[in-house]
Design a protein around this ligand. Structure first.
Ligand code: NIG
Ligand code: FE
Length: 412
């Protein structure tokens, strides 16, 4: 039985495109096709058609009024760590009192703190808490998401995290990509044996993850105090051998060589980039690797923002992602993230919109299914409250502007 939903009374439809848009760069990032006074027809889980009021179809099974709100593609959040056992509010207070993120990490807090908690937590409990977080971000409009492991740091606990992500994939209509991040930190028990942990990653973990088909991508935290570019090369080469494409963390804490490591290993994306020089921007100009910036990390850790404005002005395209995690960005609220990006990175609302829709979809290789209002794509949609345009949503920051979210044609 087919079911057609007609979404009518749309103030403005954003990201509408009959031809599937590709990754947007430079000035193209500041344009999105809009349609005023529009309708959108959904056929089961897919977008079927759209148009303006004068040629509205009459043969839908169900009608839904957007009541003068706007319809946008659901957000594509290409970098998160939503599987974790506990928040780190204590470390937040320590940072307010003056300790740095790196000092906390060096003293055994940070990622190692999260790893200790996660190892103790049974899989079912971990799954329930991650599902709650997934539902939370769906309510603010996220319809596609990448989720990483990396708080296990043992074979058993990394597999546990990835199985949780696998279960999230089958339990929700949100499109999910899964990333193996065993190289998130050197675990305490390997403190004096980096080589040993690298062997574990390369010889045991990656083959086991691939054997169970638990991941789409392989990630490394290539940064000062974590993994070197040479170690990153080895891990990513092992990942490629098992069909895991790279997506990496680079240049959050220092100019680490991580961008170049990502490019030479043909990474889908290099993410963070808070510490970036002209040399990195130039290197990205000749690469297909997508620079992904994470503005809420800069906001929350009080560190510099990645130079997204300069990147776009120099011809690059960027994706924006939340990095939702307990240490550096305990939020997955994309409208708020867009406000932070516009205000602090000096992106226009349209650039931020493209960075969290079509460019975010590209950073997860989901551009055929998500990231724009295109017939044939999944009907994952965000509906704003009456009168809330893209500009207003970003300007009135921190308010709940999302009225409804549709995932695969179903209203949440
Ligand atoms: O993307 N930088 C590395 N990983 C995460 C943070 C991890 C944590 O602090 O728990 C990030 O910021
Ligand atoms: Fe991250």
């Amino acid at each position: 039985m087919t079911s057609r939903i007609l979404i009518k009374d749309i103030h403005t439809l954003y990201g509408a495109s009959r031809n599937n848009p590709h990754f947007l760069k430079a000035k193209d990032m500041d344009y999105t096709e809009t349609l005023r006074d529009a309708w959108l027809l959904v056929d089961n889980d897919q977008i079927l058609d759209y148009g303006s009021r004068e040629n509205m179809p009459v043969n839908a099974d169900v009608e839904y009024s957007a009541q003068g709100g706007c319809v946008m593609p659901a957000w594509c959040d290409s970098h998160t760590h939503i599987v974790f056992a506990a928040g780190r509010e204590g470390e937040f207070v320590d940072r307010i009192r003056g300790k740095s993120y790196e000092e906390i990490a060096a003293a055994g807090g940070g990622i190692l703190n999260s790893a200790a908690r996660l190892r103790e937590m049974p899989e079912d409990q971990l799954y329930e808490s991650a599902l709650r977080r997934l539902h939370e971000v769906m309510q603010t409009g996220t319809g596609a998401i990448e989720i990483k492991s990396g708080y296990g740091l043992t074979l058993e606990s990394e597999l546990k995290m990835l199985r949780v992500i696998q279960r999230l994939k089958s339990a929700s209509g949100v499109m999910i990509k899964s990333t193996f991040l065993g190289a998130h930190a050197i675990p305490a028990e390997y403190k004096n044996d980096r080589e040993g942990y690298l062997r574990l990653l390369i010889e045991e973990m990656i083959p086991a993850v691939a054997a169970e088909k638990l991941a789409d991508y392989c990630d490394v935290f290539c940064d000062k105090g974590f993994f070197t570019p040479e170690e990153t090369d080895k891990i990513l080469e092992a990942g490629w051998k098992y069909g895991l494409k790279p997506k990496i963390h680079a240049n959050e804490l220092a100019v680490s060589g991580g961008v170049q490591a990502g490019i030479r290993n043909h990474a889908i994306s290099v993410d963070h980039l808070e510490c970036t020089t002209q040399e990195e921007i130039d290197a990205l100009k000749n690469a297909s690797t997508i620079p992904t910036v994470l503005p809420s990390v800069s906001f929350f850790l009080r560190i510099p923002y990645a130079p997204a404005r300069q990147m776009i002005d120099q011809g690059l395209g960027v994706a924006i992602a939340s990095d939702f995690n307990p240490g550096s960005s305990p939020s997955g609220n994309i409208p708020l993230l867009m406000s932070i990006a516009c205000n602090n990175m000096r992106l226009t609302p349209t650039e931020a919109f493209n960075a969290v829709t079509i460019n975010g979809a590209c950073a997860m290789e989901l551009q055929e299914h998500a990231g724009s209002i295109t017939p044939g794509k999944k009907a994952n949609l965000t509906v704003t409250k009456p009168g809330i345009t893209l500009e207003k949503m970003v300007y009135y920051f921190g308010s709940g502007h999302i009225k409804d979210v549709f995932i695969r044609g179903q209203r949440l």
